[in-house]
Structures are given as C-alpha cells and as structure tokens.
Design a protein around this ligand. Structure first.
Ligand SMILES: Cc1cc2nc3c(=O)[nH]c(=O)nc-3n(C[C@H](O)[C@H](O)[C@H](O)COP(=O)(O)OP(=O)(O)OC[C@H]3O[C@@H](n4cnc5c(N)ncnc54)[C@H](O)[C@@H]3O)c2cc1C
Length: 429
C-alpha cells in the first residue's frame, strides 16, 4: 500500500512541495487540506498588480486546478484542519472528517496581527493576507476615496502606492519614528518616505492608533494624540504571526514558529513543516530564524520534499525578499539586523542605489533599489562573508565583484551553501 502524505495549508509552500514531489515522481498519495476556497496561489501580487487591477485572479494560481487532478493530488479546499493527533497519525477537519496519514507537512503560513483598540471590528477596516481581503480593499478604493493605512511596513506602503494609482487620498500612520523601520536603515527609509510624499501620500510617524470612529462603518482613525484622521476605508498592516495553532495543539515544539531542523522535520518524526510557519536553523546566518518570504517558502519546501523522498539535504540559503512600490523595485539580500555600519553605493536622487550593511566589517545584507546588479552581487558577497572596504563600496567605479571573501565556506555563486552538514547546523543554531 502506498504511503499517504497530507499537506495542511494550500499556499506557496504547499505548491512547491507538490511541484518537487511530482517532478521527482513521489510514489505516495498526496492530499492537501486548505481553509481558503482556492488552490495554492501567490500572495505578493495581492498588494501589487492584483490590487492595481493589472493582474487577473487566474494568474495568481501557482498551477491550475487541473494540474493537481492530472498528478493525482487530492485538494480538499475550504476545509480547516482542526485537530492533529501524532500518535494516531490522524487529522480531523472542522466538518468532522478524519484523515489518516503516514507523513504530514504543516504549511500553514502566517496570519495577520490584529489591532486591539476600540472600534477595530467596524465595517470598512481591512487586513491583507488573502484574495478575499484584497477584493474587500479593492471595493473601497477609487478616486477621492479617503484611505488610512495603519502601519508603514512593506504591505502598508505597497498598498499606499497602489491606492494613489486609484487616485485615492492616502494617509499612513506609523507608530515608530520612520517607515519600514523593522527592515531598512534610516537612509533607505527616508528615501522611501520622500517618494511617497512626492506621490501625494501623507505620512505621520510617531503616531500610534488609539481607536476607530464610526457607528457601523469606519469614518475615522483616532491617533494617540487625539487627532482623528477621517476615512472611507482603513487598512491595518502591522505584521503577521506564524500560524502554529494546529502544531501547538498537537504538542509539537513551537518557539516563534514551528521548530524544525535543517531537514524541515518537526519534533515529531512523521511531521514536517515549511514556509512562514517555521522557525528553522540557517547555516549562513549561524542562528535560528523565522522568515516571511516567498524565497524561504519555496526553498524550504524543496528541503521538506527531499526529506519526504528519503533524499535529505540540509537547508542553507541566503534569505532574500523584494518589494514593489511605484516604479521602485527594492530587493533585499541577507538580514541587516545587528549592522554597525551602512554604506550607500549610488545616488538616491537617481532612484537607483544600494545600501550595504556591515557588521564587524563583514557584509551582512544589501538593499538594492532599482539595481538588480547590486542585489545579485550583494547576495553572493554576503554568502561569501566578504569584507569590502566602505571606500570601495562607495566608489561606483570600483569593481566589487573581486572583493576578498572573509570566510570561504564553499558557497556557490547563487548564495547557496554547499555541503553544510547537519552537525554544523546544530552547532550554529
Ligand atoms: C499582500 C502580501 C504581499 C507579499 N509580498 C511579498 C513579496 O513581495 N515578497 C516576498 O518574498 N514575500 C511576500 N509576501 C509573503 C509571502 O507571500 C509569504 O511568505 C508566503 O506566502 C508564505 O507561504 P506559505 O505557504 O508558508 O504560507 P501561505 O502562503 O500563507 O499559505 C498558508 C495557507 O495555509 C492555510 N491554513 C492555515 N492553517 C490552516 C488549517 N488549520 N487548515 C487548513 N488550512 C490552513 C492558510 O489559510 C493559507 O491559505 C507577501 C504576503 C502578502 C500577504
């Protein structure tokens, strides 16, 4: 009898796991349980081309439904997995259905962090995680509509850019003192703030939200200083939390995400996890991390699939991420947390430059704005542990590609660590 793999969650990680397994002719049966009514789809366009109306819904799907049928993958959609019993190897759905498994992959992603202030449940207040959320926001956008966005992170600012294209009046309220504070340096944040303000977006930093005004429908957002920002629609983008509910209920070890090893295996040997929901060791960073990115969802799912196929290969990647706002493509290689120096290469006034982040003289991350060359180079140099001098980074005529590696650990040109051993990862985690 063939083994039965159940994948819980039908998002980016589920799709990639299925793609890898089918490419490699996985001999077992595969069932996917997803609580949304759609087959796996890509979320990034929800705050970009889907919201602007440039991309049709069908183009969001990683593969059409027929693909799954053709490969014998059973999709159970619109169904929430509610109970996981590792000893019995049984999954119970919200409608009472019970499914037995031999192996199970948790690909449950993240859920939005909700704002807990008076009026937060009024109609017209949105979050953005799903197609349904994007459709809800789209319904409220249009010329002269007043949109207030709570949170100046990627999602909030991407929505602001698209809303300006819809000719809405846009205000962004941010609790900290600058935009994208969690992910980019003040220099890059200041640049983005300027771009948004030039496009007509009002940005108020140091402005926390105290509540929402309105009877049934939101009419305004009340800031901590008592000022009310009138609106027809509000969007809250204050981050996400890993979706670990099912894992925790099943007794799996969770700690800011479902804890997995470098092979995507959880604390239960028959259960794997991949994507946003995991907390995993990263050999390149030398520590555990939880990531919210398509790249991680894709690559960690390949790792999980290889483990399921009995061909384990340790996960070791340079994290990367992107954000599209107006005509600006921001590509980030590495994680800048803990940097002690930032050096700009290129001129922000030309809307094409990069920020190189150093820690103890070693390059740890690069933010490239409209500069794919800096992104690709940065990815490689970060992987190599390169130590470029600030003078050389600043000098746009200098060739950074030849900079010496600070830590030659055998890393390929695309930033992937070769042959990282499990023991090494455990030691570094
Ligand atoms: C608007 C938006 C824009 C983004 N832009 C970018 C970007 O530009 N670049 C980038 O790298 N990343 C971006 N991301 C992040 C990226 O989309 C995620 O990192 C990626 O989707 C993670 O994939 P995943 O499969 O782990 O989770 P998800 O894609 O979130 O899929 C998880 C699925 O599991 C379902 N689920 C959860 N629990 C259960 C349960 N108990 N039973 C059944 N189903 C369940 C969820 O409803 C969801 O459908 C963006 C995200 C959003 C929302």
């Amino acid at each position: 009898m063939s083994t039965h793999l159940i994948i819980v969650g039908a998002g980016q990680a589920a799709a990639q796991t299925i793609l890898t397994l089918t490419q490699k002719r996985y001999p077992g049966r595969i069932t996917v349980v997803g609580d949304e009514p759609y087959p796996p789809y890509q979320r990034p366009p929800l705050s970009k081309k889907y919201l602007s109306g440039e991309l049709e819904r069908e183009r969001l799907f990683v593969r059409p439904t027929e693909f799954y049928e053709q490969h014998g993958v059973t999709l159970i959609l619109g169904a929430k997995a509610e109970r996981l019993e590792p000893v019995q190897q049984r999954l119970t759905l919200a409608d009472g259905r019970q499914l037995d498994y031999d192996r199970l992959l948790l690909a449950t992603g993240s859920r939005v962090r909700k704002i807990d202030v008076p009026g937060a449940d009024l109609a017209g207040i949105h979050y953005l995680r799903t197609i349904a959320d994007a459709d809800g926001i789209l319904g409220g956008l249009g010329p002269d509509k007043r949109l207030v966005i709570v949170g100046a992170g990627y999602i909030g600012l991407e929505i602001a850019a698209v809303a300006r294209a819809h000719r809405a009046h846009v205000t962004v309220l941010e609790a900290t003192d600058r935009v994208m504070a969690r992910v980019v340096c003040p220099e890059v944040g200041t640049f983005y703030r300027g771009v948004h303000e030039a496009a007509g977006v009002e940005i108020a930093c140091d402005t926390a939200v105290r509540g929402f005004a309105g009877d049934d429908h939101v009419t305004g957002v009340i800031a901590s200083d008592g000022r009310e920002y009138p609106c027809d629609v509000a969007v809250v983008g204050i981050g996400i939390v890993p979706e670990t509910e099912l894992a925790e209920q099943a007794g799996l070890v969770c700690d800011d995400g479902i804890r997995v090893d470098e092979y995507a295996c959880t604390s239960e040997p028959q259960i794997y996890a991949a994507g946003d929901c995991t907390n995993h060791p990263n050999a390149v960073l030398g520590r555990r991390i939880r990531l919210e990115s398509v790249h991680n969802a894709i690559e960690q799912s390949k790792t999980a699939a290889l483990s399921l196929l009995g061909e384990p290969a340790a996960y070791a990647q340079i994290p990367w991420f992107w954000s599209d706002q107006y005509d600006l493509k921001l590509q980030i290689a590495g994680i800048s947390t803990g940097y002690d120096r930032v050096v700009l290469r290129g001129d922000p006034a030309e809307r094409k430059f990069a920020a190189y982040y150093l820690r103890d003289s070693r390059l740890i991350a690069v933010d490239a704005i409209n500069s794919p060359k800096d992104f690709l180079l940065g990815k490689r140099l970060v992987a190599q542990g390169a130590m470029p001098s600030p003078q050389r980074i600043e000098d746009t005529t200098a060739d950074l590609a030849t900079v010496e590696s600070g830590d030659p650990t055998g890393i390929s040109d695309d930033g992937e660590v070769q042959g990282a051993s499990g023991a090494g990862l455990d030691r570094q985690a």
